[in-house]
Design a protein around this ligand. Sequence first.
Ligand SMILES: *Cc1c(COP(=O)(O)O)cnc(C)c1O
Length: 398
Amino acid sequence: MIKLAGRAGSIKPSPTLSIDAKAKAMKADGIDVVGFGVGEPDFDTPGHIKDAAIKAIGDGYTKYMAVGGIDPLKDAIIEKLRRDNNLEYQRNEVIVSCGAKHSLYNLAQAMYGPGDEVMIPAPYWVSYPDQVLLNEAEPVIIPTRQEDKFALTPEQLEKHITPKTKALILNSPSNPTGLAYDKNVLEAVAELAVKHDFYVISDEIYEKLVYDGFEHVSIASLGDEIKARTFVVNGVSKSHAMTGWRMGYTAGPAEVIKVMTNIQSQSTSNPCSITQMASIEALNGPMDFLDEMLSEFDKRRRYMVERLNAMDGISCLMPVGAFYAFPNVSGIYGRSTTGRKINSSKDLAIYLLDEAKVAAVHGEAFGDDRFIRLSYATSMANIEKGLDRIEKALAQIS
Ligand SMILES: *Cc1c(COP(=O)(O)O)cnc(C)c1O
């Protein structure tokens, strides 16, 4: 047996990717699986962005580039943050990485170490706790409540602050809950961060995917003191249907951005040159494709949540952002069917995959076992079919 580094032993594979892999394997075997497990838009990358990538290849942008991102891309990011978020940054306060997940990872490497506590509200995105663990720091999970729309209350937050508290990871709009923070809650969180001197990692990757007129606010925009303690993480994966391209960025204090750039110089080097050129077009170019994507997501969102709420034992809040429904399914727990008892989110996810041929992600992976996550980033026809199957499968357990 090979002896691994201690920190590596505690790390799990990303559960969302592994459910997806199982569903894909079933599909490859000819089984007609409806995939609600995926975490990416089902839309194609807009044509003008693809064209910019093709042009970049033709123009010879196929070599090493500046490690932390080329200046024209940094400038496009700075302009985006000014335009959309009312934030001012300089080039030395911005780093481009190979996807927002990589941005978060570089931040974790630069910021967390043994003895540090990093607060993570649950339900959380699956990679946050593992990235903290990989850097030998301690994730401090703060449960939030469905009744509070999964928003962290200042009281809950304050209870978990200790002298070891290094940072808070915020994700609004949230994967998996689809809920988002209102400005007044962000103001209270910002006040605590300043008072207790911890950092805020603000993952805003779903900023553009919001419904019902919800207005996204970046916590960094709430004043100079909180801005000096905040790292804004964003990218093009979700907003521009560019998950495969791998571009994310971080904006924050120059001191840390510099260290992140050094770390990146010793690991991946620059993000893909072609992707960088295409991302300039993504950030500076037209956004009209977004309206179409949003109106489609919006329709599916309403349909899925309505159908789920009509099912016995299920309650689901209406998401205001991202593309996930996150129903509470604990009302089903304790029920059973031939040879099978449903007592957890994993039991239910496995039951749905085996019996209904529907892939969903168990809430336990996101830190709350009472829920499952269903992505509506798939066609309406698939959503109808999948929900029909779930309804039928649930009717068989009692
Ligand atoms: C998808 C996602 C990311 C990472 O996206 P990249 O493809 O790495 O840019 C980060 N945070 C959350 C919450 C996500 O859902």
